[in-house]
Design a protein around this ligand. Structure first.
Ligand SMILES: CC(C)(COP(=O)(O)OP(=O)(O)OC[C@H]1O[C@@H](n2cnc3c(N)ncnc32)[C@H](O)[C@@H]1OP(=O)(O)O)[C@@H](O)C(=O)NCCC(=O)NCCS
Length: 148
């Protein structure tokens, strides 16, 4: 509900849209064995502006996975040319509001009375996210370094 911001009757069409590269230019999947335990996507709104969505499996929350997925989303989005990204969040969504704060999202406006529109500068979010990960003791090496 908090991920899609509406109740879903049919889940498969949403999954197909997420897996469609034309609809979802950036996606990050966290998996453990064969189970997907988290995912994040960035959709293009227009030009260099996108919108993100993220979810972590109930059993794996509050361990830093949301922070890691957010960081990877921004890093991948930058490679695809995004410079600004929105996140629409229900006003009661404490963890997402915390993530927005950590990644220096700026509150833009309320939408439909109970939804926050946060706007991130991709560059600033990457810098802030790297700091947040370090504070959690999570080390992310750039791919080039891993392949050296
Ligand atoms: C939002 C969400 C992805 C966060 O995932 P997560 O793996 O728990 O994230 P993290 O562990 O990195 O925590 C992020 C921050 O939120 C805080 N937090 C997480 N859950 C919290 C809760 N229930 N109450 C208060 N703070 C919370 C964490 O303490 C952390 O802050 P800190 O670094 O200062 O300690 C997860 O709660 C979720 O899937 N929610 C449902 C879907 C959703 O709301 N998506 C967002 C809209 S697109």
């Amino acid at each position: 509900m908090l991920r899609f911001l509406r109740p879903l009757r049919f889940f498969e069409p949403e999954v197909e849209r997420i897996l469609d590269k034309n609809h979802t230019p950036v996606s990050v999947i966290a998996s453990k064995e064969s189970l997907v335990i988290g995912s994040g996507e960035v959709y293009r709104i227009k030009g260099d502006e996108g919108e993100l969505a993220i979810v972590v499996h109930d059993n794996y929350r509050r361990r830093g996975l949301g922070t890691l997925i957010m960081y990877m989303l921004f890093a991948e989005a930058q490679k695809k040319g995004f410079t600004k990204i929105h996140a629409y969040t229900h006003e009661t969504n404490v963890p997402m509001k915390r993530l927005a704060q950590k990644f220096r999202g700026k509150f833009i406006s309320m939408i439909e009375e109970d939804m926050y529109d946060f706007l991130f500068s991709v560059e600033e979010a990457i810098e802030a996210g790297a700091r947040a990960l370090r504070e959690k003791g999570i080390v992310v090496k750039p791919l080039a370094k891993i392949l050296e």
